[in-house]
Design a protein around this ligand. Structure first.
Ligand code: NCD
Length: 323
């Protein structure tokens, strides 16, 4: 559903099932955008005359803003639909809202929704000339986040094949972790470790080809990359933890624990960061942290994905050439 008949990216809904070459193309394009001279001023004309709608049914700071900057740097017209004041809150169905926005004329929807599958649903029923980019759906997927994480890892480590990567925290409620696992697997990462208390580890997750740890000290020993995740209280419907303080005591990334990883290990976090809950401030702001680089890479990765989907449009003006 995401690819055209000739294998081009039409929608970006999930990493699952995408070929490695396509993921590499996203990373290569993103890296090219980063290398453009004077990048804050350059506006590539790839999306000139195109309209992008940001449809965020759930809160977001960095994802929404970096999608917005990416669209503007590609010369698109961008509308941030204020969904809290939209007619969906007056009982209009999602599909009716989508039809109404379509009638205003647009080329791309960037969708964030608390329900898993929302972006797929919109992609299935929207007009055929529209591309849908998933900016996070429920606990299911967050593909552009995973790709900006892959870009950050590649910038520091190069080849994925020898790497040991630990993803630590609330795996159960994390769409980011799911997309990262698919991306790391597709890019042939050496070992993926998941570290969480039993209550935050999804049942049967080993089937995704990962190694499971309930002890952070064992889980991060000798790794090249540590990805910390936030406790997603808004997606927990029962008490899964004794207390936040106990969680930090058992799973918080402190300087002492970080010293168990490789000396040149990098520390990542998709944000928002809860200091003193999953990570010590000294680590979040320390020399091994690449958290802010992840944010900057988000712009380039979203530019890459937007340029690729517009290139798949039959009448697209963009030849997606960034030079
Ligand atoms: C993540 C999300 O919304 O899924 N954040 C993000 O997009 N930068 C992770 C989170 O909310 O903890």
């Amino acid at each position: 559903m995401q690819l055209t008949k000739d294998g081009k990216l039409k929608h970006f809904l999930t990493i699952e099932g995408l070929p490695p070459l396509l993921l590499e193309e996203i990373l290569d394009r993103a890296q090219q955008f980063i290398s453009l001279p004077n990048k804050s001023q350059v506006q590539a004309p790839i999306l000139r005359g195109k309209t992008v709608m940001n449809l965020f049914f759930e809160n977001s700071t960095r994802t929404r803003t970096t999608f917005e900057l990416a669209a503007k740097r590609l010369s698109a017209d961008l509308i941030n639909l204020d969904i809290r004041n939209s007619a969906t809150t007056k009982g209009e169905s999602l599909l009716d809202t989508i039809r109404t926005i379509e009638a205003m004329g647009c080329d791309m929807f960037v969708v964030r929704h608390s329900s898993s599958g929302a972006a797929h649903f919109i992609a299935r029923y929207c007009a055929p000339h529209i591309s849908v980019l998933n900016a996070g759906d429920g606990r299911h997927a967050h593909p552009t986040q995973a790709m900006l994480d892959m870009l950050t890892i590649r910038q520091h480590k190069g080849d994925f094949t020898p790497l040991k990567v630990a993803i630590v925290g609330d795996i159960k409620h994390s769409r980011v972790a799911r997309s990262q696992i698919h991306a790391l697997t597709t890019l042939c990462a050496g070992e993926i470790r998941l570290v969480a208390p039993k209550t935050l580890m999804p049942f049967g997750i080993e089937d995704m080809g990962v190694n499971v740890y309930n002890d952070i000290e064992e889980g991060i020993k000798g790794v090249d990359v540590i990805i910390m995740l936030r406790l997603q209280h808004e997606r927990m419907n029962t008490a899964l933890l004794p207390s936040v303080r106990e969680y930090y005591a058992r799973y918080g990334l402190t300087e002492e624990r970080l010293s168990l990883a490789k000396a040149d290990a990098i520390v990542m976090h998709p944000g928002p960061v809860n200091r003193g809950v999953e990570i010590d401030s000294r680590v979040a702001d320390g020399p091994q942290s690449v958290i802010l680089q992840q944010v900057s890479n988000g712009i380039a990765v979203r530019m890459a994905v937007m340029s690729m989907v517009i290139g798949s449009h039959a009448q697209g003006t963009g030849d997606a050439n960034v030079s």
